[in-house]
Design a protein around this ligand. Structure first.
Ligand code: ARG
Length: 454
């Protein structure tokens, strides 16, 4: 077993099982690029400040870049008993360049180093996630543009309520995903702050140029309190919160995809390439992508709860518990990255059954409110028209018909004020097209909305 870097005050070697238990290398190795980038920025600054020589800084940089290239190519593997990625890289550097490698850690602690690596990693991964989310919004918008006149029932309590259009329905999810994107962007903004210079907890007496390091790493600013710099993991929790809310939205939509592609609804037909069959029942076509998305939501919530609970009782500043943050954070990132592409592909390829949606919109008395509103326009107070319309619905149910199919004679049994213009007032087109208020389902309103978000 190689010797850890902190053995000066110890008289015994660490127990092998304890070393394995303690080691984060199996999971923090994924941050090697960020660790190297941070170390190069730190060592360049040390040289500029005259803390190490230019020659040492050059050797450190070249050594670190050769390590990065060898990890990239697979020539250098992480099969070591190093305690973490930071020690692994530093030990390898010293192996390669000698004493200069031992000067790299001047004015730095693994406490500010690991906080930096996690922040850089999260910022790097977020740009990919934000792009994929943007792509999902585009796909939904394109589908919506084709369906501003595709009528469907809107539901409350999963009971048919009022007619809307499919474009209007999709707009709801577009709005949710747009807010999700904004939440990720804001989380990145708060993550993109450099803790380097915080040292172990109390900064350092070396004349470090913290702003130079932050600038060269493309970070927006530096942590303003060293104690906070090493112990803040809000950025991870905030990211996991944004991810959890996104998953909640994806899960709700998934639930509807599962329902809408069932034989009972038939609004959707999933593409064969995005569905699976049953090993026993030959007729089955299962919406696995949507179900898995719904299932993975629980997993991301679990990660968020882990992060909150890991951090909740920790005294300032660094505690080893915080190492546990990493796996939950990585799992959130991996899960979101795994979920979004197939989800978007499923939406892009599925068939939308306009006929079935319209059929459903015509049933279920979704125009009963409009009938009540029609009578309000004839001078009857809404509470009374609500009652009349309800009675007409009851009559239709008894006679197995629908409101628009009643004759004028039948209508007049319920109110003398009902005239021939009722048919136009309660047609599906009128019910939808007259709702032109901002946020409403009228085709031109939704089209205006869709154009406004481009
Ligand atoms: N692997 C450690 C972590 O992830 C790095 C920081 C170690 N710091 C310490 N004081 N032991 O938290």
């Amino acid at each position: 077993m190689s010797k850890p870097m902190w053995t000066g005050r110890f008289t015994k070697a660490i127990d092998k099982a304890v070393n394995d238990y303690n080691s984060s290398l199996p999971f923090d190795c994924r941050m090697y690029r960020q660790d190297i980038r941070g170390s190069i920025a730190h060592s360049q600054m040390l040289a500029k400040q005259g803390i190490i020589s230019e020659k040492d800084a050059e050797d450190i940089k070249n050594g670190l870049l050769s390590i990065e290239a060898d990890i990239d190519s697979g020539k250098l593997t992480f099969d070591s008993d190093a305690e973490d990625i930071h020690m692994f890289i530093e030990a390898e550097l010293t192996n390669r360049i000698g004493d200069a490698g031992k000067r790299l850690h001047t004015g730095r602690s693994r406490n500010d180093q690991v906080a930096l690596d996690q922040r850089l990693y999260l910022v790097d991964e977020s740009s990919d996630i934000i792009m994929t989310l943007d792509n999902l919004i585009h796909i939904l918008r394109n589908i919506a543009l084709d369906h501003t006149r595709t009528y469907m029932p809107g539901y409350t309590h999963l009971q048919r309520a009022q007619p809307i259009t499919y474009a209007h329905y999709l707009s709801a999810y577009i709005e949710m995903f747009r807010r999700d994107k904004e939440r990720f962007e804001q989380a990145v903004k708060r993550a993109n702050i450099s803790p380097l210079g915080s040292g172990a907890l109390a900064g350092t007496t070396y004349p470090l140029d913290r702003v130079m390091v932050a600038d060269s790493l493309g970070m927006d600013s530096v942590a303003l309190c060293s104690l906070d710099g090493v112990s803040d993991r809000d950025f991870a929790i905030e990211f996991a919160s944004a991810a959890s809310i996104l998953m909640m939205h994806l899960s709700r939509m998934s639930e509807e995809i599962i329902l809408y592609s069932s034989q009972e609804f038939k609004f959707y037909e999933l593409d064969d390439s995005y569905s699976t069959g049953s090993s026993m029942m030959p007729q089955k076509k299962n919406p696995d992508v949507a179900e898995l998305t719904r299932g993975k939501t629980g997993r991301v919530y679990g990660d968020l709860i882990s992060l909150l609970v890991i951090m909740k009782g920790l005294p300032l500043t660094y505690n080893k518990d915080m190492q546990e943050v990493q796996e939950s954070l990585f799992d959130v990132i991996d899960t979101i990255k795994a979920v979004l592409p197939p989800f978007a592909g499923m939406l892009r390829t599925m068939t939308i059954r306009k006929d079935k949606m319209e059929e459903a919109a015509l049933g279920g008395f979704t125009n009963a409110t409009d009938l009540a509103d029609y009578l309000v326009r004839k001078g009857i107070p809404f509470r009374s028209t609500h009652e009349i319309s309800g009675k007409l619905v009851h009559y239709c149910i008894e006679n197995n018909t629908s409101l628009e199919k009643l004759s004028l004679v039948e209508f007049k049994q319920f109110s003398e004020l009902i005239e021939d213009d009722v048919y136009d007032a309660i047609s599906l087109e009128t019910c939808v097209n007259k709702r032109t208020l901002i946020g409403g389902p009228a085709p031109e309103t939704v089209l205006k909305y869709l154009n406004s978000i481009e």
